[in-house]
Design a protein around this ligand. Structure first.
Ligand code: PLP
Length: 236
């Protein structure tokens, strides 16, 4: 059985190889450990192995983790990556360093108001439903809602829109995800060329345990890895 530390170092090496294949610097790709459903001990093991960036997908679960264990994790950064209801925006703004799953103007407004009250600046990504799947959260590419979020960003004093995030449709072969990653990258380029004020889109959060190397080859700047670091999640 491989340890969390070994898994992290193996993934870092695979990210670096994929980056080199694509002529990119491995430093341009952040590794996020997706610790949803994992006990605090596993987070600490990752932290002790040098991991600093974590992703959680439920506000309450993360609050419980912070509450029940003295998470001695200085300088760790936690991002909300799951679907967030507007009524939990204030709590999320309080607990997380960033929200990578903004999918409506309303949510952006709530997060901005909450962050302003807390006197903090929150980095956010816009989640794109790149495969146009019914059951998935995220904004449709080229939709009015996406334009409204990007245009609305200039009015948000406490949010910084830094990029796009996506979870592509599940494909058995990692290669199957490549067109979706390419399409997110192209969407980002189109949106950048429109020059929305106070929007920077340098972050492309894409790639998970089974397809992160393909994502890196297609320009990902942040891969979100759960299973390949922590092992299978228990069903909840
Ligand atoms: C669970 C999750 C991941 C990690 O998935 P793995 O396949 O376990 O690596 C990444 N991103 C999001 C949004 C998730 O919910």
């Amino acid at each position: 059985m491989s340890s969390i530390a070994e898994n992290i170092s193996a993934i870092r090496e695979r990210i670096a190889s994929a980056a080199r294949r694509a002529g990119r610097s491995p430093k341009a790709i952040a590794l996020m450990a997706v610790s949803k459903t994992q006990p605090a001990d596993s987070l600490l093991a990752a932290y002790d192995a040098g991991q600093r960036l974590f992703g959680e997908n439920r506000v309450q679960e993360f609050a419980d983790k912070l509450g029940t264990t003295p998470l001695r994790m200085n300088n760790a950064e936690f991002h909300m990556i799951g679907h967030l209801q507007s009524n939990k925006a204030a709590r999320a703004a309080e607990l997380f360093h960033a929200v990578d799953s903004v999918d409506s103007v309303k949510l952006g407004q709530r997060l901005d108001a909450a962050a302003e009250q807390l006197g903090k600046t929150l980095d956010v990504l816009i989640e794109i439903n790149i495969g146009g799947e019914q059951a998935k959260s995220g904004v449709s590419p080229d939709s009015a809602e996406l334009e409204n979020i990007l245009a609305g960003a200039k009015d948000w004093s406490s949010l910084r829109v830094r990029g796009l995030m996506t979870v592509p449709p599940i494909t058995p072969d990692p290669e199957g995800a490549r067109p979706y990653f390419r399409s997110l990258c192209a969407l980002r380029d189109r949106m950048v060329s429109r020059g929305y004020p106070s929007v920077s889109l340098e972050v492309l959060s894409m790639g998970m345990s089974h397809d992160f190397e393909v994502a890196v080859e297609e320009g990902s700047t942040c891969v979100r890895i759960g299973t390949a670091i922590f092992g299978e999640r228990s069903k909840r």
